[in-house]
Design a protein around this ligand. Sequence first.
Ligand code: NAX
Length: 180
Amino acid sequence: GGIMTGKQCSSSSIRYLNQSEAVALDQDLFNEYKFSVDQLMELAGLSVAMAVAKVYPPSLYKSSLIVCGPGNNGGDGLVAARHMKLFGYKVAVHYPKRTPRPLYENLLHQCKNFGVDIVEQLPHPKDLINDYNILVDALFGFSFKPPVRDELKPALDALLDSGLPVCRYSKVIYLLFCCT
Ligand SMILES: NC(=O)C1=CN([C@@H]2O[C@H](COP(=O)(O)OP(=O)(O)OC[C@H]3O[C@@H](n4cnc5c(N)ncnc54)[C@H](O)[C@@H]3O)[C@@H](O)[C@H]2O)[C@@H](O)CC1
C-alpha cells in the first residue's frame, strides 16, 4: 500500500517499475484505492496520448499507427487512439488478436465512431513509412511471457523493423498522471 504518495511522485524519485512492482501497483490501485479497470485504462490511454503529443506533436507527425495487443495494454492503446484522434492526428489501429470482452469491444466501437482507421492487414514493415510518421507500441504490458507467439510476430516486426519512431509506454505514465 501507500504507493501513490507525493514523495514518490516527485520528479527526483521517478524510476521505471520492474514487472513485479508494476503488478503490485496494479493490485494496490484495485484493492486499496478501489479504481476500476475502465478508470485506470482511460487514465493510461489519455496519458499515453498526452505524452506522445508532447514529444511527437501532430503538426509534425500527422499520421500514427497504434499496434494493440490482446490484453489491457492493448486496451490502453485503443483509448490512446481515441484521444490522439481528438488531438488532431490521423490515427490507425492494428488489433490482430482480439479478446472477446465487452471492455475491449466497446473501446474498439468508440475508436470506429471517432474516425480511427482499423487496419486488418499491415504492409511490410519497411513500407509503413509510406503511410505513417509514428508508431505506438500497445502490444504487451506486464503480463507478457516470452517468446512471442507466431500470431503476433508480424505486429511485433512492424514495431521493430519500420525505422519509424516508436512510442513505448508503461504503467509509470499513468501513475504520474494520477499524481498530478
Ligand atoms: N490490469 C489492469 O487492469 C490495467 C492494466 N493496464 C495495462 O495493462 C497491462 C497489463 O494488462 P494484462 O494483464 O491484460 O496483460 P498484457 O496487456 O500485458 O498482455 C496479456 C495478453 O498478452 C497475451 N500474451 C502474453 N504473452 C504472450 C506471448 N508470448 N505471445 C503472444 N501473446 C502473449 C496473453 O495471452 C494476454 O492476452 C499493464 O502493463 C498496463 O499497461 C492499464 O490498462 C490499466 C488497467
